[in-house]
Design a protein around this ligand. Structure first.
Ligand SMILES: [Zn+2]
Length: 164
């Protein structure tokens, strides 16, 4: 039984872990080719957002960001998180217990063989991180985000216009 379960998961992995995201890609409001995104974001951000990469833990300056403000998608500028929902998870990645309403979509990936819930920007489809159920109250969720995929806009400063 267990073996069979593993086989099922492995088959799904073989079938292409990113298939669900590709299938969804057509549904994202902001459509750009990979070549276009490559010109618009840094190579490090591109690797995370459009190739499902993961930044080195502890590498993001946003880990230490404590000011009030908003975290936007570095690709399309959609606000994804509020500083009010950020907390120190000790993982080395900026972590939030809640996302802004409608900001994210999710799908399951099998990169580590076992399924994980990947989330992405609901507007451009860029991959941001994974959500786990070991976060603090009140949601119990932990959105583990790659800092390089976010831009921080301090409270009182104008947010960048949504990229079109
Ligand atoms: Zn985006």
């Amino acid at each position: 039984m267990k073996r069979r379960h593993m086989f099922k998961i492995f088959s799904a992995w073989l079938a292409g872990a990113v298939a669900p995201v590709s299938a969804l890609a057509a549904a994202f409001p902001l459509q750009k080719t990979k070549a276009e995104w490559r010109k618009l974001v840094s190579p490090a951000a591109y690797a995370v957002l459009f190739e499902h990469g993961t930044e080195r833990p502890g590498s993001s300056p946003l880990n230490a960001e404590k000011r009030p403000g908003t975290y936007v998608c570095v690709a399309c500028n959609l606000p994804l998180f509020s500083s009010a929902h950020k907390y120190e998870s000790g993982t080395g990645w900026p972590s939030f217990f809640q996302a802004l309403p409608g900001a994210l979509g999710t799908s399951t990936d099998y990169k580590l063989i076992y399924p994980r819930t990947e989330y992405h920007c609901s507007r451009c489809g860029g991959h941001h991180g994974h959500v786990f159920d070991d976060g603090p109250k009140p949601t119990g969720q932990r959105f583990c985000n790659n800092g390089v995929a976010l831009a921080f806009v301090p409270e009182g400063q104008p947010r960048p216009a949504l990229r079109t």
